[in-house]
Design a protein around this ligand. Structure first.
Ligand SMILES: Nc1ncnc2c1ncn2[C@@H]1O[C@H](COP(=O)(O)OP(=O)(O)OP(=O)(O)O)[C@@H](O)[C@H]1O
Ligand SMILES: [Mg+2]
Length: 239
């Protein structure tokens, strides 16, 4: 921070509207990706490199909603987002973009969790009898991403852990961003039904968990092409 020309070393910038913002120099000295527990593949991900295909309003809408959510984020109100869509459409990309934006603009330190990995880690902690401390830490983070929720069938114990995390965060007004391939419940998204999707999160989680997610989070559907296939094509072309 010391000699920053922008903020004079205070770490704060006063904007035209009188509001105060954290200066970028605050983040130069630390690795934002490590701070927010972002997996290596997504280190370079930002709102700026999320592109929208012409004529695909769902991508443009999702980016807009992600930006509005970040700008309006209030760590006291428990509001979150659920990003729903098929593989490779950029749900994790946007979730990471939101975490970074909120950290840079508001100084709120969120954390990224791959849901499957989180559950497995909690299981090993249970075996070591360290579960209570670990869960409490996660429960109280002001903003978490639960990436790929419901990607596979869950055992009773796994459902219980998810249910516990969600209901604690719901009751205590803590924000949670969820990404998932599946709409939450039947009838909730006509478009997914039109496209033959017949699996719902409500089949993998308790009804009470789904109900809480629907209440605390705004649902955003992204329909688009699988961008991973594009990368594969480019690799083939390059030989
Ligand atoms: N609109 C986009 N603009 C630029 N890159 C994108 C876009 N959407 C996705 N990508 C890139 O494509 C790859 C796959 O995206 P991502 O992992 O976010 O998909 P996803 O929707 O989370 O898929 P899954 O449901 O399989 O987890 C990432 O490298 C991501 O950065
Ligand atoms: Mg993903």
């Amino acid at each position: 921070m010391g000699g920053c020309e922008l903020c004079g070393g205070t770490g704060f910038l006063k904007k035209e509207d009188g509001k105060v913002e954290l200066c970028h120099c605050r983040f130069n000295s630390q690795d934002i990706n490590a701070t927010l527990l972002i997996p290596k593949r997504f280190w370079g991900v930002e709102f700026e490199n999320y592109s929208c295909d012409e004529g695909n309003s769902s991508e443009a809408d999702a980016l807009k909603e992600a930006k509005i959510f970040s700008a309006e984020f209030n760590p006291e109100n428990g509001a979150g987002l659920t990003l729903v869509g098929p593989p490779g459409v950029g749900k994790t990309h946007l979730a990471v973009g939101i975490l970074k934006e909120i950290y840079r603009k508001k100084g709120v330190k969120g954390a990224f969790f791959d849901t499957k990995d989180l559950i497995y880690r909690l299981k090993s902690l249970i075996e070591e009898r360290k579960i209570n401390r670990a869960i409490k830490k996660i429960l109280n983070i002001p903003l978490i991403v639960l990436d790929d929720l419901g990607s596979e069938r869950l055992s009773d114990w796994q459902r219980e852990v998810i249910s516990y995390i969600i209901s604690f965060r719901y009751n205590n007004l803590k924000s949670t961003i969820i990404t998932t391939n599946f709409p939450l419940e039947a009838g909730e998204n006509e478009r997914s039904e039109d496209r033959g999707i017949r699996v719902y999160l409500s089949e993998r989680l308790d009804p009470g968990t789904v109900s809480r997610i629907l209440h605390m989070n705004r649902v955003i559907y992204i329909i688009g092409r699988d961008r991973r296939k594009e990368v594969q094509k480019q690799k083939k072309l390059l030989g």
